[in-house]
Design a protein around this ligand. Structure first.
Ligand SMILES: NC(=O)c1ccc[n+]([C@@H]2O[C@H](COP(=O)([O-])OP(=O)(O)OC[C@H]3O[C@@H](n4cnc5c(N)ncnc54)[C@H](OP(=O)(O)O)[C@@H]3O)[C@@H](O)[C@H]2O)c1
Length: 373
């Protein structure tokens, strides 16, 4: 019996989209699961068609009207790789609402509109998959929702932003100041021209929101998660790693500690969730302390399994395309959404969210860095 091909529409042919498009054009037969539908690229939407042609996307597949792609009867699955809030949110919601499967790498949209999109996906019975939204190429959401589903998770922690990890690693190795390594990271393409989302920890907050959905069953408000020690967000222009100085890095290194931007969420005894994204002083020899450069690492403490860790390339077009293509294979196999069989969470949670409590260690700048293990 022949299986109907899965016709794929991709929005965005940038760093990640380009790799996904190339894979679908070059090795589609190898991507077809033995027990699922063939994957066929049916259209690609971008803003600048000429640029996409120059990047090797066949002209006949291109459009500059993503809404038409979403509305088309010739498309079964939307792959959203444009990024940002709008129009991505509206396009994803429209695709789900009309019964199309959606695969996205957009952590901003999933973190800020996850509850609404989950509701639409569940009502329309359309799969929504977003493995690439956390830790790029590292498969972590699938294992949390499926393989670890029998566990009760006490804590999830991670280095989930490669840009800031690259910068903190360079500060520690070379004794350089924040502004200097930021310039270097921008020159190497690891940091964007506007680095705010990375350096202020907002990107890591988005990823923590998504992790918390899968391990604790709640869509937390990103605004409820603090990105400076001991606080919730609220003030504009908050630290993330922007306040980390070369003197702080050196002083903590002299005590055998390494500073890493750590995203942490844990269940408190009273049922609240403690969640923070803050530069944290970790033992230099610990697995997080040794997680260098653009690598990502996520650790989950759960019962009965104990501690499970995931580490690997958290960004980059090729690595991230691995997660997007994996999600497409899952759709082709009829595997459903990333949350798999977990209970529904179709509204923003009202659970109390507060900063992660614990000791901190004083540094020359006057900052007190939370101590991690
Ligand atoms: N880069 C990574 O390492 C990485 C890792 C994990 C997740 N992600 C996520 O993956 C997504 C894509 O990231 P990226 O780095 O590939 O971005 P990018 O290089 O900036 O590419 C974005 C692409 O989307 C297109 N686009 C943007 N807005 C559009 C619109 N309104 N209509 C049609 N096309 C539009 C752009 O078209 P034009 O070129 O014509 O403007 C471009 O082709 C983001 O959500 C990002 O957070 C990225």
């Amino acid at each position: 019996m022949s299986v109907q091909p899965l016709r794929i529409g991709v929005i965005g042919a940038g760093t990640v989209g380009r790799e996904v498009v190339r894979a679908l054009l070059d090795r589609s037969p190898r991507l077809q699961p033995a027990d699922g539908a063939p994957l066929v690229l049916a259209g690609v939407a971008v803003r600048n068609v000429e640029r996409a042609i120059a990047a090797g996307v066949p002209e006949e597949l291109l459009t500059d009207a993503p809404a038409h792609l979403v509305a088309s009867d010739e498309i079964d699955v939307l792959v959203e790789l444009a990024g940002g809030d709008e129009p991505a949110r509206t396009l994803i919601a429209a695709a789900l609402g009309t019964g199309k499967a959606v695969v996205t790498a957009n952590k901003h949209v999933v973190a800020h509109h996850g509850a609404e999109l989950e509701r639409i996906a569940r009502e329309a019975e359309s799969p929504l998959r977003f493995e690439a939204a956390v830790a790029g190429g590292v498969p972590v959401l699938g294992p949390l929702a499926l393989d670890l589903a029998a566990n009760r998770v006490a804590r999830v922690r991670g280095i989930v932003n490669g840009t800031t990890n690259y910068m903190l690693t360079a500060m520690a190795r070379e004794g350089r100041e924040y502004a200097d390594v930021l310039e270097d990271a921008q020159a190497r393409g690891y940091a964007e021209a506007d680095p705010t989302a990375d350096v202020e920890g907002l990107d890591a907050v988005n990823k923590l929101v998504i992790l918390a959905r899968l391990v604790f069953g709640h869509w937390l408000a990103p605004e409820a998660i603090g990105n400076r020690p001991g606080t919730t967000r609220g003030e504009a222009g908050s630290p993330g790693i922007t306040g980390v100085t070369a003197d702080d890095v050196a002083a903590l290194a002299a005590e055998g500690r390494t500073i890493r931007l750590l995203a942490t969420a844990r269940l408190a005894e009273d049922g609240a969730i403690e969640a923070s994204v803050v530069p944290t002083a970790l033992p230099g020899g610990s697995a997080f302390g040794r997680c260098d450069g653009v690598l990502n690492r996520i650790e989950v403490d759960a019962a009965p399994v104990g501690r499970v860790a995931f580490e690997g390339p958290g960004a980059g077009g090729a690595a991230t395309s691995s997660a997007v293509l994996g999600d497409l294979v899952a759709v082709a196999r009829g595997q459903g959404s990333t949350w798999a069989g977990l209970p529904a969470a179709t509204a923003r949670s009202r659970i109390e969210v507060r900063p992660v409590a614990g000791e901190c260690v004083a540094a020359p700048s006057g900052a007190c860095y939370p101590v991690g293990d």
